[in-house]
Ligand binder design. Structure first.
Ligand code: PLP
Length: 450
Protein backbone atom coordinates (compact mmCIF):
# COMPACT_ATOMS: atom_id res chain seq x y z
CA UNK A 1 0.00 0.00 0.00
CA UNK A 2 2.61 2.55 1.06
CA UNK A 3 6.33 2.87 0.66
CA UNK A 4 6.63 5.52 3.37
CA UNK A 5 5.83 5.21 7.04
CA UNK A 6 2.83 7.06 8.41
CA UNK A 7 5.08 9.78 9.76
CA UNK A 8 6.63 10.38 6.37
CA UNK A 9 3.19 10.75 4.81
CA UNK A 10 2.18 13.22 7.50
CA UNK A 11 5.36 15.24 6.90
CA UNK A 12 4.81 15.26 3.16
CA UNK A 13 1.19 16.20 3.67
CA UNK A 14 2.23 19.16 5.78
CA UNK A 15 4.58 20.37 3.06
CA UNK A 16 2.22 19.86 0.14
CA UNK A 17 -1.44 20.15 1.04
CA UNK A 18 -3.34 23.27 2.00
CA UNK A 19 -6.24 21.71 3.85
CA UNK A 20 -9.83 22.87 3.79
CA UNK A 21 -11.00 24.53 6.98
CA UNK A 22 -8.04 23.22 9.01
CA UNK A 23 -5.89 25.29 11.33
CA UNK A 24 -2.20 24.46 11.26
CA UNK A 25 -1.16 22.82 14.49
CA UNK A 26 2.42 21.58 14.99
CA UNK A 27 1.34 18.47 16.94
CA UNK A 28 -1.65 17.49 14.86
CA UNK A 29 -1.91 15.75 11.54
CA UNK A 30 -4.93 14.98 9.41
CA UNK A 31 -6.39 11.54 8.97
CA UNK A 32 -4.60 10.30 5.87
CA UNK A 33 -6.98 7.72 4.48
CA UNK A 34 -5.81 4.90 2.25
CA UNK A 35 -8.79 2.56 1.91
CA UNK A 36 -12.53 2.63 2.44
CA UNK A 37 -15.20 -0.06 2.43
CA UNK A 38 -18.86 0.09 3.45
CA UNK A 39 -19.02 2.62 6.27
CA UNK A 40 -15.37 2.18 7.22
CA UNK A 41 -12.19 4.06 6.36
CA UNK A 42 -8.62 2.90 7.05
CA UNK A 43 -5.84 5.37 7.68
CA UNK A 44 -2.18 5.33 6.80
CA UNK A 45 -1.35 3.61 10.10
CA UNK A 46 -3.83 0.83 9.36
CA UNK A 47 -6.39 2.05 11.94
CA UNK A 48 -10.02 1.60 10.99
CA UNK A 49 -12.75 4.14 11.71
CA UNK A 50 -16.48 3.95 11.25
CA UNK A 51 -17.25 7.06 9.22
CA UNK A 52 -20.24 8.59 10.98
CA UNK A 53 -20.16 11.57 8.60
CA UNK A 54 -20.12 9.73 5.24
CA UNK A 55 -17.11 11.86 4.29
CA UNK A 56 -18.61 15.33 4.02
CA UNK A 57 -22.24 14.13 4.33
CA UNK A 58 -22.07 12.57 0.89
CA UNK A 59 -21.14 8.88 0.65
CA UNK A 60 -24.79 7.82 0.78
CA UNK A 61 -24.33 4.42 -0.90
CA UNK A 62 -21.24 3.64 1.19
CA UNK A 63 -17.62 3.16 0.15
CA UNK A 64 -16.13 0.51 -2.09
CA UNK A 65 -19.01 0.08 -4.55
CA UNK A 66 -17.40 -1.64 -7.51
CA UNK A 67 -20.57 -1.10 -9.60
CA UNK A 68 -19.99 2.64 -9.38
CA UNK A 69 -16.35 2.36 -10.39
CA UNK A 70 -17.39 0.10 -13.25
CA UNK A 71 -20.08 2.47 -14.49
CA UNK A 72 -17.56 5.33 -14.61
CA UNK A 73 -14.85 3.16 -16.18
CA UNK A 74 -17.10 1.84 -18.92
CA UNK A 75 -18.31 5.32 -19.75
CA UNK A 76 -14.75 6.64 -19.87
CA UNK A 77 -13.83 3.93 -22.37
CA UNK A 78 -16.96 4.51 -24.46
CA UNK A 79 -16.94 8.31 -24.54
CA UNK A 80 -15.05 10.24 -21.87
CA UNK A 81 -16.05 13.79 -22.53
CA UNK A 82 -18.34 16.00 -24.44
CA UNK A 83 -19.66 19.38 -23.35
CA UNK A 84 -23.30 19.97 -22.53
CA UNK A 85 -23.41 22.88 -24.94
CA UNK A 86 -24.35 19.82 -27.05
CA UNK A 87 -25.49 16.58 -25.41
CA UNK A 88 -24.68 12.99 -24.55
CA UNK A 89 -26.51 9.85 -23.49
CA UNK A 90 -25.41 9.64 -19.82
CA UNK A 91 -26.77 13.15 -19.17
CA UNK A 92 -30.09 12.28 -20.81
CA UNK A 93 -30.30 9.01 -18.86
CA UNK A 94 -29.59 10.85 -15.62
CA UNK A 95 -32.27 13.41 -16.51
CA UNK A 96 -34.77 10.56 -16.89
CA UNK A 97 -33.71 9.06 -13.57
CA UNK A 98 -33.92 12.41 -11.78
CA UNK A 99 -37.48 12.87 -13.04
CA UNK A 100 -38.34 9.56 -11.33
CA UNK A 101 -36.92 10.93 -8.09
CA UNK A 102 -38.12 14.51 -8.28
CA UNK A 103 -41.21 14.51 -10.50
CA UNK A 104 -41.96 15.25 -14.14
CA UNK A 105 -42.05 19.00 -13.82
CA UNK A 106 -38.29 19.67 -13.91
CA UNK A 107 -35.40 20.12 -16.34
CA UNK A 108 -31.81 19.75 -15.24
CA UNK A 109 -28.75 22.01 -15.55
CA UNK A 110 -25.46 20.28 -14.69
CA UNK A 111 -22.40 21.61 -12.88
CA UNK A 112 -19.72 20.33 -10.49
CA UNK A 113 -20.38 21.33 -6.90
CA UNK A 114 -23.17 22.39 -4.58
CA UNK A 115 -21.84 25.95 -4.60
CA UNK A 116 -22.02 26.07 -8.38
CA UNK A 117 -25.51 24.57 -8.38
CA UNK A 118 -26.62 27.43 -6.14
CA UNK A 119 -24.83 30.08 -8.22
CA UNK A 120 -26.61 28.68 -11.27
CA UNK A 121 -29.94 28.91 -9.45
CA UNK A 122 -29.34 32.58 -8.60
CA UNK A 123 -28.51 33.46 -12.19
CA UNK A 124 -31.49 31.55 -13.57
CA UNK A 125 -33.80 33.28 -11.07
CA UNK A 126 -32.54 36.77 -11.87
CA UNK A 127 -32.71 36.23 -15.62
CA UNK A 128 -36.13 34.61 -15.37
CA UNK A 129 -37.54 37.72 -13.70
CA UNK A 130 -35.95 39.99 -16.30
CA UNK A 131 -37.52 38.00 -19.06
CA UNK A 132 -40.84 38.20 -17.30
CA UNK A 133 -40.62 41.98 -17.36
CA UNK A 134 -39.51 42.36 -13.71
CA UNK A 135 -35.85 43.39 -13.99
CA UNK A 136 -35.83 44.92 -10.50
CA UNK A 137 -36.04 41.52 -8.86
CA UNK A 138 -32.46 40.79 -7.85
CA UNK A 139 -32.47 40.15 -4.08
CA UNK A 140 -32.31 36.78 -2.37
CA UNK A 141 -33.38 35.99 1.17
CA UNK A 142 -31.88 33.15 3.18
CA UNK A 143 -31.47 32.28 6.87
CA UNK A 144 -28.82 32.88 9.48
CA UNK A 145 -26.98 29.67 10.41
CA UNK A 146 -27.45 28.18 6.93
CA UNK A 147 -24.53 27.27 4.65
CA UNK A 148 -24.94 27.43 0.88
CA UNK A 149 -21.39 27.20 -0.45
CA UNK A 150 -17.96 28.77 -0.82
CA UNK A 151 -18.23 30.85 -4.00
CA UNK A 152 -19.03 34.53 -3.67
CA UNK A 153 -22.77 34.31 -4.40
CA UNK A 154 -23.31 31.10 -2.44
CA UNK A 155 -21.31 32.57 0.43
CA UNK A 156 -23.41 35.71 0.27
CA UNK A 157 -26.47 33.51 0.80
CA UNK A 158 -24.73 31.77 3.69
CA UNK A 159 -25.87 32.97 7.11
CA UNK A 160 -22.66 32.27 9.03
CA UNK A 161 -20.67 35.47 9.45
CA UNK A 162 -17.61 33.59 10.62
CA UNK A 163 -17.19 32.11 7.15
CA UNK A 164 -17.78 35.41 5.41
CA UNK A 165 -16.32 38.43 7.11
CA UNK A 166 -12.74 38.00 5.88
CA UNK A 167 -13.92 38.12 2.27
CA UNK A 168 -16.41 40.93 2.41
CA UNK A 169 -17.83 42.88 0.73
CA UNK A 170 -19.61 40.01 -0.98
CA UNK A 171 -22.36 40.10 -3.59
CA UNK A 172 -24.98 42.82 -3.05
CA UNK A 173 -28.61 41.84 -2.69
CA UNK A 174 -28.35 38.89 -0.29
CA UNK A 175 -30.16 39.23 3.04
CA UNK A 176 -30.58 36.85 5.95
CA UNK A 177 -33.49 36.40 8.33
CA UNK A 178 -33.59 34.35 11.56
CA UNK A 179 -33.93 30.57 11.13
CA UNK A 180 -36.52 28.19 12.58
CA UNK A 181 -34.34 27.36 15.56
CA UNK A 182 -36.91 26.03 18.02
CA UNK A 183 -34.40 25.23 20.76
CA UNK A 184 -33.11 28.81 20.79
CA UNK A 185 -36.07 30.54 19.18
CA UNK A 186 -34.81 33.93 17.93
CA UNK A 187 -38.30 35.27 18.64
CA UNK A 188 -38.41 33.93 22.20
CA UNK A 189 -41.35 31.61 21.46
CA UNK A 190 -42.11 27.94 22.14
CA UNK A 191 -42.88 25.74 19.09
CA UNK A 192 -46.36 24.71 20.27
CA UNK A 193 -47.54 28.23 21.00
CA UNK A 194 -45.78 30.44 18.45
CA UNK A 195 -47.29 32.10 15.39
CA UNK A 196 -44.48 30.80 13.17
CA UNK A 197 -42.70 34.12 13.38
CA UNK A 198 -39.73 32.41 11.69
CA UNK A 199 -41.85 32.00 8.52
CA UNK A 200 -43.71 35.32 8.85
CA UNK A 201 -40.39 37.17 8.89
CA UNK A 202 -40.15 36.48 5.15
CA UNK A 203 -43.41 38.32 4.59
CA UNK A 204 -42.25 41.24 6.71
CA UNK A 205 -38.83 41.40 5.04
CA UNK A 206 -40.26 41.23 1.52
CA UNK A 207 -42.61 44.10 2.32
CA UNK A 208 -39.86 46.29 3.74
CA UNK A 209 -37.41 45.44 0.99
CA UNK A 210 -40.14 46.21 -1.59
CA UNK A 211 -41.27 42.82 -2.81
CA UNK A 212 -40.83 43.60 -6.48
CA UNK A 213 -37.05 43.70 -5.82
CA UNK A 214 -36.96 40.16 -4.42
CA UNK A 215 -35.94 37.42 -6.86
CA UNK A 216 -36.19 34.49 -4.50
CA UNK A 217 -35.64 32.67 -1.26
CA UNK A 218 -33.04 29.94 -0.85
CA UNK A 219 -33.24 27.43 1.98
CA UNK A 220 -32.39 23.88 2.93
CA UNK A 221 -35.42 21.91 4.11
CA UNK A 222 -33.47 21.24 7.30
CA UNK A 223 -30.51 23.47 8.10
CA UNK A 224 -27.60 21.02 8.22
CA UNK A 225 -24.22 22.72 8.60
CA UNK A 226 -25.77 25.30 10.93
CA UNK A 227 -26.55 22.59 13.49
CA UNK A 228 -29.41 20.29 12.28
CA UNK A 229 -32.37 22.65 12.72
CA UNK A 230 -35.62 20.79 12.08
CA UNK A 231 -38.36 23.31 11.23
CA UNK A 232 -41.96 23.05 12.43
CA UNK A 233 -43.96 20.87 10.02
CA UNK A 234 -45.86 23.80 8.50
CA UNK A 235 -42.86 26.13 8.12
CA UNK A 236 -41.96 25.35 4.51
CA UNK A 237 -45.60 25.49 3.43
CA UNK A 238 -45.91 28.95 4.93
CA UNK A 239 -42.73 30.15 3.23
CA UNK A 240 -44.00 28.73 -0.08
CA UNK A 241 -47.23 30.66 0.30
CA UNK A 242 -45.37 33.89 1.14
CA UNK A 243 -43.09 33.46 -1.89
CA UNK A 244 -46.13 32.92 -4.13
CA UNK A 245 -47.90 35.96 -2.75
CA UNK A 246 -44.86 38.18 -3.37
CA UNK A 247 -43.82 36.68 -6.71
CA UNK A 248 -40.50 35.32 -5.38
CA UNK A 249 -39.06 31.98 -6.46
CA UNK A 250 -38.42 29.29 -3.86
CA UNK A 251 -35.03 27.60 -4.28
CA UNK A 252 -34.55 24.50 -2.14
CA UNK A 253 -30.95 23.52 -1.45
CA UNK A 254 -30.89 19.71 -1.28
CA UNK A 255 -27.11 19.44 -1.44
CA UNK A 256 -27.05 17.52 1.86
CA UNK A 257 -30.72 16.68 2.45
CA UNK A 258 -31.20 15.09 -0.98
CA UNK A 259 -30.89 11.47 -2.05
CA UNK A 260 -32.28 9.88 1.06
CA UNK A 261 -30.32 11.62 3.77
CA UNK A 262 -33.47 12.60 5.70
CA UNK A 263 -35.47 9.43 4.95
CA UNK A 264 -37.26 10.79 1.86
CA UNK A 265 -35.85 11.09 -1.68
CA UNK A 266 -35.54 14.86 -1.06
CA UNK A 267 -35.88 16.68 2.24
CA UNK A 268 -38.61 19.05 1.05
CA UNK A 269 -40.85 16.01 0.47
CA UNK A 270 -41.49 15.83 4.23
CA UNK A 271 -43.30 19.12 3.97
CA UNK A 272 -45.69 18.85 1.02
CA UNK A 273 -44.37 21.72 -1.06
CA UNK A 274 -43.15 22.09 -4.62
CA UNK A 275 -39.98 24.15 -5.08
CA UNK A 276 -39.33 26.25 -8.17
CA UNK A 277 -35.68 25.27 -8.23
CA UNK A 278 -33.92 22.38 -6.47
CA UNK A 279 -30.13 22.25 -6.13
CA UNK A 280 -28.28 18.96 -5.62
CA UNK A 281 -24.72 17.63 -5.35
CA UNK A 282 -22.93 15.36 -2.81
CA UNK A 283 -25.18 12.26 -2.56
CA UNK A 284 -26.02 12.29 -6.28
CA UNK A 285 -22.76 10.38 -6.90
CA UNK A 286 -22.26 9.34 -3.27
CA UNK A 287 -19.18 11.58 -3.52
CA UNK A 288 -17.40 9.23 -5.96
CA UNK A 289 -17.12 11.90 -8.68
CA UNK A 290 -17.97 15.61 -8.76
CA UNK A 291 -21.42 16.39 -10.11
CA UNK A 292 -24.14 18.89 -9.27
CA UNK A 293 -27.57 19.68 -10.63
CA UNK A 294 -29.85 22.69 -10.66
CA UNK A 295 -33.36 21.34 -11.30
CA UNK A 296 -35.71 23.98 -12.68
CA UNK A 297 -39.45 23.84 -13.14
CA UNK A 298 -40.55 23.63 -16.78
CA UNK A 299 -42.48 26.86 -16.46
CA UNK A 300 -39.27 28.76 -15.68
CA UNK A 301 -37.45 27.07 -18.52
CA UNK A 302 -40.26 28.06 -20.90
CA UNK A 303 -39.59 31.73 -20.11
CA UNK A 304 -36.13 31.33 -21.62
CA UNK A 305 -37.50 30.22 -24.96
CA UNK A 306 -37.95 32.44 -27.93
CA UNK A 307 -37.70 35.87 -26.35
CA UNK A 308 -35.98 38.27 -28.66
CA UNK A 309 -33.73 39.97 -26.15
CA UNK A 310 -32.81 37.04 -23.90
CA UNK A 311 -33.11 33.88 -25.87
CA UNK A 312 -30.85 31.72 -23.79
CA UNK A 313 -29.22 31.22 -20.42
CA UNK A 314 -25.71 32.42 -21.09
CA UNK A 315 -23.94 30.19 -18.60
CA UNK A 316 -21.38 27.51 -19.39
CA UNK A 317 -19.03 25.25 -17.47
CA UNK A 318 -16.54 22.86 -19.01
CA UNK A 319 -16.92 19.88 -16.70
CA UNK A 320 -20.56 20.04 -15.62
CA UNK A 321 -22.42 16.83 -16.47
CA UNK A 322 -19.24 14.92 -17.25
CA UNK A 323 -20.35 11.64 -18.89
CA UNK A 324 -18.58 9.38 -16.39
CA UNK A 325 -20.05 11.33 -13.47
CA UNK A 326 -23.55 11.09 -14.98
CA UNK A 327 -23.22 7.35 -15.68
CA UNK A 328 -21.98 6.81 -12.14
CA UNK A 329 -24.85 8.90 -10.74
CA UNK A 330 -27.44 6.77 -12.56
CA UNK A 331 -25.86 3.63 -11.11
CA UNK A 332 -25.71 5.25 -7.67
CA UNK A 333 -29.43 6.05 -7.77
CA UNK A 334 -30.12 2.49 -8.95
CA UNK A 335 -28.29 1.19 -5.88
CA UNK A 336 -30.22 3.50 -3.54
CA UNK A 337 -33.44 2.19 -5.13
CA UNK A 338 -32.50 -1.51 -5.25
CA UNK A 339 -31.29 -1.58 -1.66
CA UNK A 340 -34.13 0.66 -0.45
CA UNK A 341 -31.61 2.94 1.21
CA UNK A 342 -33.98 5.90 1.41
CA UNK A 343 -36.41 3.81 3.44
CA UNK A 344 -33.50 2.44 5.45
CA UNK A 345 -32.40 5.98 6.26
CA UNK A 346 -35.88 6.65 7.68
CA UNK A 347 -36.14 3.52 9.83
CA UNK A 348 -32.53 3.30 10.95
CA UNK A 349 -32.52 7.03 11.66
CA UNK A 350 -35.53 6.60 13.93
CA UNK A 351 -33.89 3.73 15.79
CA UNK A 352 -30.62 5.61 16.25
CA UNK A 353 -32.46 8.70 17.43
CA UNK A 354 -34.47 6.64 19.92
CA UNK A 355 -31.37 4.96 21.29
CA UNK A 356 -29.37 8.19 21.55
CA UNK A 357 -32.33 9.82 23.28
CA UNK A 358 -31.57 7.62 26.31
CA UNK A 359 -28.74 10.12 26.89
CA UNK A 360 -31.10 13.10 27.00
CA UNK A 361 -30.87 13.40 30.79
CA UNK A 362 -27.11 13.83 30.87
CA UNK A 363 -26.31 17.25 32.29
CA UNK A 364 -24.71 18.62 29.11
CA UNK A 365 -27.00 17.09 26.52
CA UNK A 366 -29.37 19.88 25.51
CA UNK A 367 -31.37 18.38 22.68
CA UNK A 368 -31.12 15.36 20.39
CA UNK A 369 -32.89 15.84 17.07
CA UNK A 370 -32.91 14.50 13.55
CA UNK A 371 -34.71 13.13 10.54
CA UNK A 372 -33.51 10.01 8.80
CA UNK A 373 -29.77 9.57 9.02
CA UNK A 374 -29.23 13.24 9.76
CA UNK A 375 -28.89 13.58 13.50
CA UNK A 376 -27.63 16.35 15.79
CA UNK A 377 -26.81 16.28 19.50
CA UNK A 378 -26.73 19.80 20.88
CA UNK A 379 -24.41 20.10 23.87
CA UNK A 380 -24.95 22.81 26.47
CA UNK A 381 -23.15 24.08 29.54
CA UNK A 382 -26.41 24.65 31.32
CA UNK A 383 -29.65 22.86 30.56
CA UNK A 384 -31.76 25.66 32.02
CA UNK A 385 -30.26 28.56 30.08
CA UNK A 386 -29.29 26.37 27.09
CA UNK A 387 -25.96 28.14 27.03
CA UNK A 388 -23.83 26.36 24.38
CA UNK A 389 -21.22 23.88 25.55
CA UNK A 390 -17.63 25.11 25.53
CA UNK A 391 -15.45 24.16 22.56
CA UNK A 392 -13.36 22.00 24.96
CA UNK A 393 -16.38 19.92 25.92
CA UNK A 394 -17.56 19.50 22.33
CA UNK A 395 -14.05 18.65 21.13
CA UNK A 396 -13.58 16.14 23.96
CA UNK A 397 -16.69 14.20 22.85
CA UNK A 398 -15.45 14.15 19.26
CA UNK A 399 -11.91 13.12 20.27
CA UNK A 400 -13.22 10.29 22.45
CA UNK A 401 -15.44 9.06 19.62
CA UNK A 402 -12.36 9.02 17.40
CA UNK A 403 -10.32 7.15 20.02
CA UNK A 404 -13.15 4.63 20.12
CA UNK A 405 -12.97 4.29 16.33
CA UNK A 406 -15.93 6.43 15.31
CA UNK A 407 -15.80 9.67 13.31
CA UNK A 408 -18.54 12.22 14.01
CA UNK A 409 -18.91 15.87 12.99
CA UNK A 410 -19.38 19.19 14.72
CA UNK A 411 -21.54 21.99 13.41
CA UNK A 412 -23.06 25.31 14.18
CA UNK A 413 -21.27 28.62 13.93
CA UNK A 414 -18.32 29.63 16.05
CA UNK A 415 -18.98 33.36 15.82
CA UNK A 416 -21.92 33.21 18.19
CA UNK A 417 -20.38 30.39 20.25
CA UNK A 418 -22.86 27.94 18.80
CA UNK A 419 -20.47 25.40 17.34
CA UNK A 420 -21.91 22.90 19.77
CA UNK A 421 -23.84 20.33 17.76
CA UNK A 422 -22.35 16.86 17.36
CA UNK A 423 -23.46 15.56 13.98
CA UNK A 424 -24.09 12.02 12.81
CA UNK A 425 -24.65 11.58 9.08
CA UNK A 426 -23.35 8.13 8.13
CA UNK A 427 -23.64 6.21 4.85
CA UNK A 428 -27.25 5.12 4.34
CA UNK A 429 -25.91 1.60 3.75
CA UNK A 430 -24.75 1.33 7.36
CA UNK A 431 -25.28 -2.24 8.57
CA UNK A 432 -27.26 -2.94 11.75
CA UNK A 433 -24.02 -3.99 13.42
CA UNK A 434 -22.30 -0.75 12.38
CA UNK A 435 -25.28 1.27 13.59
CA UNK A 436 -25.12 -0.41 17.02
CA UNK A 437 -21.43 0.24 17.26
CA UNK A 438 -21.82 3.87 16.20
CA UNK A 439 -24.54 4.52 18.75
CA UNK A 440 -22.76 2.71 21.57
CA UNK A 441 -19.50 4.56 21.07
CA UNK A 442 -21.22 7.95 20.82
CA UNK A 443 -23.16 7.17 24.00
CA UNK A 444 -19.95 6.17 25.74
CA UNK A 445 -18.28 9.45 24.71
CA UNK A 446 -21.31 11.43 25.86
CA UNK A 447 -21.31 9.65 29.22
CA UNK A 448 -17.66 10.56 29.66
CA UNK A 449 -17.92 14.23 28.79
CA UNK A 450 -21.53 15.36 28.74
N1 PLP B 1 -25.28 23.73 0.14
C1 PLP B 1 -25.19 23.03 1.28
C2 PLP B 1 -26.41 22.87 2.12
C3 PLP B 1 -23.99 22.46 1.68
O1 PLP B 1 -23.90 21.80 2.83
C4 PLP B 1 -22.85 22.62 0.84
C5 PLP B 1 -21.56 22.02 1.22
O2 PLP B 1 -21.36 21.45 2.26
C6 PLP B 1 -22.99 23.37 -0.32
C7 PLP B 1 -24.21 23.90 -0.66
C8 PLP B 1 -21.82 23.57 -1.20
O3 PLP B 1 -21.45 22.37 -1.82
P1 PLP B 1 -19.97 22.16 -2.39
O4 PLP B 1 -19.08 22.01 -1.22
O5 PLP B 1 -20.10 20.92 -3.22
O6 PLP B 1 -19.66 23.37 -3.21
Amino acid sequence: MTTSSAKEWWDKDRQLIWHQMARYHPDAHPLVVTRAEGAWVTDVEGRKYLDGMAGLWCVNAGYGRKELARAAYEQLIEMPYYPLTQSHLPAIRLGEKLREWLGDDYLFFFSNSGSEANETAFKIARQYHRQNGEPDRYKFLSRYRAYHGNTLGAMSATGQAQRKYRYEPLVPGFLQVPPPDCYHCPFGKAPDSCARECAQIFDYTMNWEIDRTVAGVIMEPIITGGGILIPPDDYLGRVREICDRHGALLIIDEVICGFGRTGKPFGFMHYGIQPDIVTMAKGITSGYLPLAVTAVRKELFEAFKGTEEYDHFRHVNTFGGNPAACALAVENLNILEKEKLVERSATLGEQILASLSEMADLPHVGQIRGKGLLIGIELVEDKETRQPATPDRVNAVIATCKDLGVLVGKNGDTVAGFNNVIVISPPLSLTDEDADLLVNKVKQALQEHA
